[in-house]
Design a protein around this ligand. Sequence first.
Ligand code: HEC
Length: 130
Amino acid sequence: MMSTQLNPLMATIRMARTITTVARKSAAILMLSMFALNAQAAGDAKAGEQKAATCAACHGANGVSEIPTNPILAGQYVSYLEHALKSYRSGERQNAIMAGFASQLSDQDIEDLAAWFSSQPGPLQTAPIK
Ligand code: HEC
């Protein structure tokens, strides 16, 4: 009698444990795949170097522009470069020259270019705290 009453309870507990284990494993797999996605989404600096050939005329070799009206890109934050290029592409940031160049770029191009310019040594620095 005892066992017939306990068995459904035990079965429920066992099922709950199984579900918890499965949930933990799925969470772990999900997190791993998110890391993998992140790794994939990050720009490839080597590919960016190839794509940057067209930018050099204005932004200088490796993004160190000698012309004051053309911003220095070397050493700039990845997030800043990506945001700037996406903003030119969407028209949110307006500049006739850059709109033309940015319209040709895919998200991957932008990530690669940002990775490349960001990794280059340059004179950019944040203002000292006063
Ligand atoms: C014909 C000249 C020219 C070429 C070629 C060119 N740019 Fe630009 N770029 C400019 C100018 C001028 C600006 C400043 C525009 C402004 O005031 O918003 C600029 C701005 C930028 C900015 C914003 C920088 C900042 O500090 O806000 C980025 C990023 C950028 N360019 C990336 C690129 C990339 C990547 C390429 C190559 C695919 C490229 N540019 C090609 C002239 C050029």
